[in-house]
Ligand binder design. Structure first.
Ligand code: SF4
Length: 459
């Protein structure tokens, strides 16, 4: 079955708030015309539960949730609980919520909100559905309740930029959904926090009809506007709009169980206008921060190989190297584990007018039992080496290398590369225990510039 091409998914809108005798059908048509793949219309009270299901029944690519918003928590009677429990079995219901805590308006008593939030979490556990969480000025209690009753799958909707919630999301694997306020120039904290949401947890939404993004700010929001939010998120994270569409669509499909998930085995995968190569899943490190221990996906590409590709497979996957800014050996493993393939493919890419970069953990000479840098000279335009620590002790703790002497081998590799190759960068992840300034001094003493990379980047 061919993979469904990705289109954006608005993971949180309230279509039931737009009356049918107004222009709901036009709003839906505009959303699909703009390229949206699907929408999740999110219920908030007894009437909207029923209406959300009716809207989802009438539209193949609209799904819905059932639940009671914290504002309406006081309405949750036993009868309503039974009704929601029954509705949760409907095939178009893909989530429970929105639920959570709202201490800004306090439309329902806080203890009632907490009880009702716990009830939704229990229902999500019983049904196996993800839970959609709203938290406004209530992060401490939200975190405490989620720690007591950890959801299997969940999303923090309309993410506020709270560092505490983002830390919790990382720790518990909770998705984080970004809405229109990220486009507001004064949302400094949110705009900064959005750069640090792990790729595999990122979603986008409109929360329409509220919070229209710039340049639609002040108008009634609608799902087609989610593209403006996605473009801003792309800009803030230094990737393209297409990258954000791919990442968030795969994440949405996974979270809500809708659409096809790309199968494994991407040999070549595009990020911005670079083409990355995934030639092995083997690595001589086991870094605590490596994304491959949390997900098979990098920027929406599934990198789990069922077999290591041959040279011909790799060349076929590349196509014309001159179509890209660069071709990068990277992927879910250490490329120099397959040094002969790296050399052969790199020579071919350069022959075809392409630029070549190698992302490596710097163990190549140790793995291959000889100094490999002279063999790479003339084949690479750039090498990026994971330095990862300021000393051997920290390196051992963070990277758990298989081979003794790995940290010294990394230093030797950087030094030799700096003397023989055009551009050499050493990289570190900014995380606890890493002394960035000491790493910078060390890299410079070896002849390389230091680059700080996101915690979830492989290579
Ligand atoms: S981050 Fe790189 S070096 Fe570390 S385990 Fe992952 S692939 Fe290997």
């Amino acid at each position: 079955m061919p993979e469904h091409p990705p289109g954006l998914i608005d993971t949180h809108c309230h279509l039931e708030m737009i009356r049918l005798d107004q222009d709901r059908n036009e709003v839906i048509a505009r959303a699909f015309d703009s390229g949206l793949e699907a929408m999740i219309t999110v219920a908030s009270d007894p009437a909207s539960n029923r209406m959300a299901i009716a809207i989802a029944e009438a539209n193949e690519n609209i799904y819905c949730s059932v639940g009671v918003h914290p504002h309406e928590a006081k309405l949750l009677t036993d009868t309503l609980k039974s009704e929601i429990t029954l509705m949760a079995r409907h095939p178009k219901v893909v989530a429970i919520g929105e639920t959570g805590l709202d201490y800004h308006y306090d439309h329902s008593p806080r203890d009632t909100q907490r009880d009702v939030f716990r009830w939704h979490l229990k229902l999500a556990a019983e049904t196996g559905l993800p839970v959609i969480i709203h938290s406004r000025e209530a992060d401490e209690d939200t975190i405490s309740i989620l720690r007591d009753s950890p959801p299997r799958r969940a999303v923090l909707h309309c993410f506020s930029g709270s560092v505490q919630l983002l830390d919790l999301a990382r720790e518990m694997g909770i998705y984080v959904s970004v809405a229109g306020p990220v486009t507001f120039s004064k949302s400094h904290g949110l705009r900064e926090a959005v750069r640090h949401i792990p790729d595999e947890l990122l979603l986008v939404e409109t929360d329409s009809p509220y919070l229209a993004p710039v340049p639609m700010r002040g108008k009634r929001n609608e799902p087609s506007f989610v593209a403006h939010t996605a473009r801003e998120v792309a800009e803030l994270r230094g990737v393209t709009f297409d990258d954000i569409v791919r990442i968030t669509t795969v994440n949405s499909r996974k979270l809500f169980g809708i659409g096809d998930i790309p199968g494994g085995g991407s040999i070549a995968y595009r990020i911005r206008n670079s083409l990355y190569l995934n030639i092995t899943n083997r690595c001589s490190n086991r870094c605590s921060f490596c994304v491959r221990y949390r997900s098979d996906f990098v920027k929406g590409h599934n990198l789990s190989l069922s077999r290591e590709p041959a040279t011909a497979d790799i060349k076929a996957a590349i196509g014309d190297p001159a179509d890209y800014d660069e071709v990068v050996f990277c992927g879910y493993g250490e490329p120099t584990m397959r040094l002969d393939i790296v050399k052969e493919v790199a020579a071919w890419v350069r022959e075809k007018g392409g630029r070549v970069r190698l992302n490596t953990n710097g163990h190549g000479s140790l793995i291959n039992g000889r100094n490999i840098v002279p063999e790479l000279s003339g084949l690479l335009d750039e090498v990026s080496v994971s330095l990862d620590a300021q000393d051997a002790e920290t390196y051992e703790r963070l990277c758990s290398p298989e081979l003794p002497g790995s940290f010294d081998a990394v230093l030797d590799f950087i030094r030799a590369s700096a003397a023989a190759l055009p551009t050499v960068k050493a990289t570190v992840v900014d995380m606890e225990g890493v002394d960035i300034e000491a790493c910078r001094r060390l890299a410079e003493s070896l002849g390389a510039e230091l680059r700080i990379r996101d915690y979830d980047v492989v290579g």
